[in-house]
Design a protein around this ligand. Structure first.
Ligand code: ZN
Ligand code: ZN
Length: 173
């Protein structure tokens, strides 16, 4: 009581996924709560969220709330064993350095994730390649190591803003 876990925070979601990878032998049966609701199944459409669609077939893939953001090229998961070359210079840390979105798993991925450690993420409708996943983690273009990683290339999806007034996230210091 009084110490409820904010289950919607990206940090919590990421932690939950990391706990999962430690029990990888059990991953034949993924708990349903790790999957974000497929946006095509959602009844209500919160109008403050950005929806991301397949660039090819316009199939709704995930919402902005599913994006697990990270500090670029830094943070505790930027391991030394995967040294990044010169790109880590923190010059103007705009989000553009990351060429991929790292998101939580969404329901349409489930069949692709079961029983395998890594693979491709394909559009559930047109099967064009959207990105890749690995329970062991993948490196973002900014140098940050994300574990586990469900990586969607930004060039493969389109943002569909449902709100004309931008609701931009400003980084608080
Ligand atoms: Zn990044
Ligand atoms: Zn598609």
């Amino acid at each position: 009581m009084g110490c409820a876990v904010d289950s919607s925070s990206a940090l919590y979601k990421q932690h939950r996924l990391q706990v999962l990878t430690e029990r990888f032998s059990e991953l034949q049966d993924l708990p349903q709560e790790v999957f974000a609701v497929d946006p095509t199944n959602a009844h209500q459409s919160p109008n403050t969220e950005v929806l991301y669609r397949c660039r090819k077939c316009r199939r709704a893939l995930f919402r902005s709330s599913s994006i697990l953001s990270h500090m670029e090229g830094s943070g505790p998961t930027a391991f030394a064993h995967k040294r990044i070359t010169e790109s880590v210079h923190l010059r103007g840390s705009g989000p553009d350095k990351c060429t991929s979105y790292f998101i939580e798993p969404v329901q349409w991925m489930e069949s692709a994730l079961l029983g395998v450690t890594e693979g491709q993420l394909l559009c559930p409708k047109c099967t064009s390649k959207l990105g890749s996943f690995s329970w062991w983690g993948e490196q973002c273009s900014c140098g940050h190591w994300v574990t586990p990683a469900f990586q969607i290339h930004k060039s493969r999806v389109d943002e569909a803003r449902t709100l004309s007034v931008g609701n931009f996230h400003t980084t608080k210091t």
